[in-house]
Design a protein around this ligand. Structure first.
Ligand SMILES: Cc1ncc(COP(=O)(O)O)c(C=O)c1O
Length: 448
């Protein structure tokens, strides 16, 4: 028999443009995108596309590349780890980067009781594990979440996501035993924008009290899950008195408090954790996104006293705590410290709020800006809806920014633009971004 090797595909490699035209129809149609074209390169605050277009990135890949794209130290640490050990599987053996990451994270926990770590790949997986642990720890089932909250696209995470119906529409039944109260955000509560935050907090805590007496008894309720700064629901920080109120309710009824810092954590708000300022102790803290600066990793952090009760083998996952991602995340934390990145967040926060509030005072366009809010470099600007404001204002402003060379995102079912520049963005780039945004707003207002 003659040996016949299959003939290698003789056709030349497709050009990037041909690859794009050919490949896009093969990409799952459920994906949405705000730009066309292939992104080929990222450095710091900028990204480039195959056609040579260079864009400033105020999305950070939705709050991920907090140190900018392809940070040399982070990518370098990952590359070095790639040549040593890529994968060991946490049920086979631990590796050095896993423990180095714990070593780096432990001193910055928002509360000293958080001393037991599990690393997974995505925010959604972290949420799944938090729900699972809460049920195991309390031997109760129900979960209370927030209207407007977003926790991911897997089944448990989807069930506690209440920011937009698109994430779960047509996919039910979802995980049962989920109840919600409104997030303490005036628009989510249907209250006037001028309502003092203390009143909004009381309103929502009252709803919680009713929920616990009418729909889910404390003896059936395992956990309350909340983002300390609402992300996909509109970029709204939770008032301290609300978080403290939740803590009190949890303490009274043996309910666990899950703080989801997947988007708000890792320096984004000017501290490593948005919850820290409130002094509230999470029972379970979730992190992801900025932790790996683009390398997939999430963290589920709780008290050793609780996690020691778990049966061996009840937690795990093929890629959980991947060595390369752990090495990258450890370097992220080093860069934050060496480059004093939190100081930069605080300095740029002042400038960003200054620019957006000045626009809010502007005689021509200010009347269409309802609210400027947020923490650190997690800032939302809400346009007026209805009442003579241009239609779909947030979407149109975001599209204009993109035309002008800046990637920026909307958020929530309301007219909100979110600003998530890198935590180490320069003063000059922040000013440039604010200028582009202002031009876009003026043009949309002119067009009506
Ligand atoms: C607060 C919050 N939790 C969970 C998730 C889900 O994370 P992932 O997309 O990594 O699954 C997100 C994602 O945007 C998020 O913002």
């Amino acid at each position: 028999m003659s040996s016949t090797n299959p003939t290698p595909n003789a056709s030349p490699e497709r050009s990037l443009q041909d690859l794009y035209t050919w490949g896009v129809p093969h990409v799952n149609g459920g994906l949405g995108r705000i730009t066309e074209g292939l992104m080929t390169k990222g450095d710091g605050t900028y990204v480039e596309y195959a056609d040579g277009k260079r864009m400033m990135d105020f999305t950070c890949g939705i709050g991920v590349t907090n140190l900018g794209h392809a940070h040399p130290r982070v990518s370098g640490a990952a590359a070095e780890q790639c040549m040593k050990l890529v994968h060991s599987q946490c049920s086979i053996a631990l590796h050095e980067p896993y423990l180095r990451l714990i070593e780096a994270l432990l001193p910055i926990m928002p509360h000293s009781s958080l001393d037991s770590f599990f690393f997974w790949n995505s925010g959604s997986e972290a949420v799944e594990m938090a729900i699972k642990m809460a049920r195991l720890f309390t031997k109760k089932q129900n979960i209370i979440c927030m209207g407007g909250g977003y926790h991911g696209r897997t089944y448990g995470a989807m069930a506690v996501t209440k920011s937009k119906t698109i994430y779960s529409e047509g996919t039910g039944p979802l995980m049962p035993g989920v109840f919600s109260i409104p997030y303490p955000y005036w628009h989510q509560c249907g209250l006037p924008q001028s309502t003092p935050t203390s009143e909004i907090s009381s309103f929502c805590l009252e709803r919680l009290s009713l929920l616990l007496s009418q729909q889910t008894s404390p003896s059936d309720t395992a956990a309350i899950i909340i983002e300390p700064v609402l992300g996909e629901g509109g970029y709204v920080p939770a008032p301290t008195e609300f978080l403290q109120g939740l803590r009190n309710v949890c303490d009274e009824h043996n309910i666990l408090l899950i703080i989801d810092e997947v988007q708000s954590g890792m320096g984004r708000t000017g501290d490593y954790w948005a919850v820290k300022e409130s002094g509230v102790k999470p029972d379970i803290l979730l992190t992801a996104k900025g932790l790996g600066n683009g390398f997939p990793i999430s963290g589920i952090i709780t008290r050793k006293e609780l996690s020691d009760r778990l049966k061996k083998g009840s937690m795990g996952g093929t890629y959980a705590g991947n060595a390369v991602s752990c090495a990258a995340a450890t370097e992220v934390l080093k860069v934050f410290q060496d480059d004093r990145v939190l100081d930069n967040v605080k300095a740029r926060e002042k400038e960003l709020f200054g620019a957006l509030n000045a626009l809010k005072q502007d005689a021509e366009v200010g009347k269409f800006i309802w609210d400027v809010r947020g923490k650190g470099l997690m800032v939302g600007l809400e346009f007026l809806s209805g009442n003579g404001a241009p239609k779909s204002m947030a979407k149109r402003v975001a599209e204009k920014c993109i035309e002008k060379g800046m990637l920026i995102l909307t958020t929530s079912v309301f007219e909100v633009i979110r600003f998530i520049p890198p935590c180490n963005v320069s003063k000059a780039d922040l000013e440039k971004g604010c200028r582009i945004f202002e031009e876009a707003v003026r043009e949309v207002v002119k067009e009506g």
